[in-house]
Design a protein around this ligand. Structure first.
Ligand code: 5GP
Ligand code: MG
Length: 182
């Protein structure tokens, strides 16, 4: 991306190279664990789009992919506290399978918790959570992800799929959104 579009508003946190190395490590771990199971990866839209696309191409095993659309944030930088599940995965993709629930970031945990309850109700055999980022904070729901690419502090980050008011998802690296850009 043209640096002039983001350098004034975003402070880089993870470079494309760091992200690549993190993905390779995570993909190796998942590939080993799921090689005989044909798991279904359920990606939470829209934030995990980039993560999911990069991750599955590093997992050379039979697998399936489906989606759910969860939203909680609205246009701000603080969670609204309620999670709305819109698009849902096909029950036949999930039923009796080992499911890997993917999201961009584990923050309050409400999104993954709501998604987990939905997948349980459809009859997934097992559900493990896998996030690109886990914020290092105390949380009530989904205390830890089963798999994570990176841990970060309690900052509002954008890029690599994560947005602010719909923008920045296409930034190829991760950065902290500067206060005066909000
Ligand atoms: P949770 O339900 O865990 O509080 O939040 C999960 C959702 O909130 C994520 O899927 C993401 O869309 C949004 N979110 C939480 N923290 C951040 C952040 O630092 N940056 C951005 N862009 N979105 C976040
Ligand atoms: Mg979001």
């Amino acid at each position: 991306m043209d640096p002039a579009m983001d350098s004034a508003t975003v402070t880089p946190l993870l470079t494309e190279e760091q992200i690549r190395l993190g993905l390779e490590r995570l993909a190796r771990e998942l590939t080993r664990e799921y090689q005989n199971d044909e798991p279904c990866l359920v990606a939470c839209l829209r934030g995990s789009l980039v993560f999911a696309a990069d991750l599955i191409r590093r997992m050379p095993i039979p697998l399936r992919i489906d989606f759910l659309h969860a939203s909680s944030y609205g246009a701000g930088t603080v969670s609204s506290g309620t999670v709305e599940l819109r698009l849902l995965p096909e029950p036949d993709e999930v039923r009796a399978r080992r499911v890997i629930l993917l999201d961009d970031i584990l923050d309050s945990g409400r999104t993954l918790h709501a998604a987990r309850l939905k997948l349980e109700s459809v009859g997934a055999r097992e559900i493990r959570t896998c996030v690109f980022l886990e914020k290092r904070i105390e949380r009530e729901f989904e205390k830890k992800a089963d798999y994570r690419c990176f841990e970060i502090g309690d900052e509002f980050v954008v890029g690599y799929g994560l947005d602010y008011a719909g923008r920045y998802r296409n930034l190829p690296y991760l950065g902290i959104l500067k206060q005066d850009a909000r």
